[in-house]
Design a binder for this molecule. Structure first.
Ligand SMILES: Cc1cc2nc3c(=O)[nH]c(=O)nc-3n(C[C@H](O)[C@H](O)[C@H](O)COP(=O)(O)OP(=O)(O)OC[C@H]3O[C@@H](n4cnc5c(N)ncnc54)[C@H](O)[C@@H]3O)c2cc1C
Length: 263
């Protein structure tokens, strides 16, 4: 039997652990991998690692010697199955503050302040089921990759389609891994669109996301897939509005915007 005292103790413990995970901690950069000419992935080893839900993010904080401090959010790219560390994937924003620092200055062994995992709406785990429609633009693929990595590590795996919009072929992040997971034949299909240029013999889409494309990509999943859309604001709005126009219930659509951060 659970006494009131025990219940009180449990909720106090839950509150303490929630506070602890949101405290800043010093992560160590354990590995840096080039994904594309403008994008790198960073493996961060965490002294206070806690399992995340795919789709959540961490805040990273940089502090200069004079005390000036700046922080930005970065989605977790890795699945929760990777204990003790997370991976984040960062696109270099020309004239930005944090992303150029990570690209040009940070090296393996450096320590960096982080807190998380943060976010409870744009999340998916196996218990939520499917079918799943994932739509990404550019680095918006990052939280969706966490979902795909988690999906690959669990069962049952819902039928899933990823529509991924990139500028050019060389801008496709995680290109090899996406090709490999799609080749497993476990119900995942990856569909690319390249908006600026296409390599010779390209058979994917070659334009911005529109209603016709959404109709074709959604069709095999039925009328009401669970949808996650992430990327720059214009892409997120075009995709979400288009899906509602073609009949996907709005309450099945979750979005995350990677717009410019307020300073
Ligand atoms: C929940 C969440 C998760 C995020 N996850 C990721 C992630 O996984 N990977 C990732 O690379 N980014 C991610 N971002 C964006 C990230 O937080 C920063 O905004 C981005 O790295 C730019 O920061 P900065 O300090 O380099 O540039 P800033 O100093 O913030 O901006 C410099 C200039 O670039 C413009 N700018 C800022 N951000 C962008 C952008 N995204 N695209 C185009 N122009 C921009 C600004 O308007 C400004 O003119 C996420 C944002 C949110 C809110």
């Amino acid at each position: 039997m659970t006494s009131a005292a025990t219940r009180g103790k449990r909720s106090a413990t839950a509150a303490t652990s929630e506070r602890r995970v949101l405290d800043w901690q010093l992560a160590t950069i354990a590995k840096i991998r080039e994904e594309t000419p403008r994008v790198r992935s960073y493996t961060l080893r965490l002294p206070n690692w806690t399992p995340h839900r795919p789709g959540q993010h961490y805040d990273l904080r940089l502090t200069a010697a004079d005390g000036y401090s700046v922080q930005r959010s970065y989605s977790i790219a890795s699945g929760p199955e990777r204990e003790g560390e997370i991976e984040v994937t960062v696109e270099r924003v020309t004239d930005g503050e944090v992303s150029p620092f990570l690209h040009d200055v940070a090296v393996v062994g450096d320590r960096i302040e982080v807190r998380g995992p943060i976010g409870g709406y744009f999340v998916w785990n196996a218990a939520l089921g499917g079918p799943l429609l994932l739509i990404a633009g550019g680095s918006g693929i990052v939280p969706l990759m966490a979902m795909l990595r988690h999906r690959a590590a669990t069962a049952p795996r819902p039928p899933t389609r990823l529509l991924y919009s990139s500028r050019t072929h060389e801008d496709i992040i995680y290109a090899d891994e996406l090709r490999d997971v799609a080749a497993r034949g476990d119900g995942l299909e990856v569909i690319h669109t390249l908006t600026r240029s296409q390599p010779p013999g390209w058979t994917g889409y070659a334009r911005r996301i529109d209603d016709q494309m959404l109709t074709e990509v959604r069709r095999p999943l039925g009328n009401a897939p669970l949808v996650f859309i992430c990327g720059p604001t214009p892409l997120v709005e075009a995709a979400a509005n288009g899906l509602v126009r073609i009949g996907v219930p709005a309450q099945r659509i979750r979005t995350e915007r990677f717009g410019p951060s307020g300073k």
